[in-house]
Write a protein that binds this ligand. Structure first.
Ligand code: 13P
Ligand code: SF4
Length: 305
């Protein structure tokens, strides 16, 4: 009861301060429940990029990880972008650097580079076009070239390769959260919930994708759940999304494919840290203009698609 009152009070104070600062709170689907509840908008990487680009506010408080706040700073260069915990990074995004992409391009001259939005700004600056898990196949298919370099997620690359005739040359990165979900976890979850469908995020390994009924980005899971014919769904993704799915679909039940896995970095954002971010206007995420200008081209190309 006290905890609920504290949470409600914290959210109220955050909302008041957000109004005073003319700030908008954007939260990723993997954020903890109370941060999602405090936000103006909850969504996947693509939806949040679009919201950041269109935001009328002076300040964007990004409740997510560093590359997402950086993307917002690139798309909205005149706005102040705050990440409530400066240490909330994405280990997959850190598996590739700008200089590494330059060396890679030199090894495969003439091939366009598609980079997942889960990358640092200097990587985006070296790429031709960005993608998210919601549009990776569409972005690859939009290119006229028969061979494409794809970084950094090898699992998303493998998923795209299943559905395109183009040759995908993949970087060897991965998301530890999705990669740690194993076929045996999915089988065990199916045994426990025999009537359920399995929905997997394309960052899962191919052996898990093979066992899934559907492969969807987090935003697509949110959109598809209300119309799903089944009442029980096993999710091979970060379990933060279950809060939103349960709230939006009272007649349905959602289960994590893995009992304990979660993204430590997404969970670093808490209500006290969001409040602190608004009070002190920290931690500001900025991208040097020369890098931002080059990265913006790749992101805007994706947003246009
Ligand atoms: P989406 O929200 O685009 O599905 O991405 C998942 C993810 O892992 C973001 O870090
Ligand atoms: Fe990065 Fe994976 Fe966490 Fe997403 S879920 S932020 S890809 S580590």
């Amino acid at each position: 009861m006290t905890a609920a009152r504290d949470t409600a009070g914290g959210i109220r104070r955050i909302r008041e301060l957000a109004r005073e600062r003319n700030a908008v709170l954007l939260a990723h689907n993997y954020q903890i429940a109370e941060v999602q509840d405090a936000a103006d908008f909850v969504g996947d990487s693509l939806e949040l990029s679009r919201k950041a680009a269109a935001a009328g506010a002076d300040v964007i408080v990004f409740c997510g990880v560093h590359f997402m706040a950086e993307t917002a700073a690139i798309l909205a260069p005149k706005k102040i972008v705050l990440l409530p915990d400066a240490q909330a990074g994405c280990p997959m995004a850190d598996m590739v650097t700008g200089p590494e992409i330059r060396t890679w391009k030199a090894r495969f001259p003439g091939r366009p580079v598609v980079c997942y939005v889960n990358t640092p700004a200097d990587v985006k600056a070296e790429c031709d076009v960005c993608c998210t898990s919601a549009n990776a196949l569409r972005v690859v298919e939009s290119l006229p070239d028969p061979e494409v370099l794809f970084a950094p997620d090898r699992n998303l690359a493998a998923f795209v390769a299943r559905h395109t005739s183009k040759k995908i040359i993949a970087w060897d990165g991965f998301c530890y959260v999705h990669n740690n979900i194993l076929p045996r976890d999915v089988r065990a979850a199916r045994e426990k919930h025999p009537g359920a469908e399995v929905w997997a995020h394309p960052e899962c390994r191919p052996e898990v994708i093979d066992l899934a009924d559907r492969v969807l980005s987090t935003g697509q899971m949110v959109k598809e759940a209300p119309g799903a014919a089944v009442r029980e769904i096993i999710l091979a993704t970060e379990p933060g999304i279950i809060h939103r799915l349960e709230r939006d679909n009272p007649g349905k039940a959602f289960f994590p494919a893995h009992p304990t896995i979660h993204c430590v970095n997404m969970k670093k954002i808490t209500l006290p840290k969001v409040l602190h971010a608004l009070e002190e206007m920290v931690y500001r995420v900025e991208v040097p203009p020369d890098i931002a200008d080059r990265a913006r081209g790749a992101i805007e190309k994706m947003v246009r698609l």
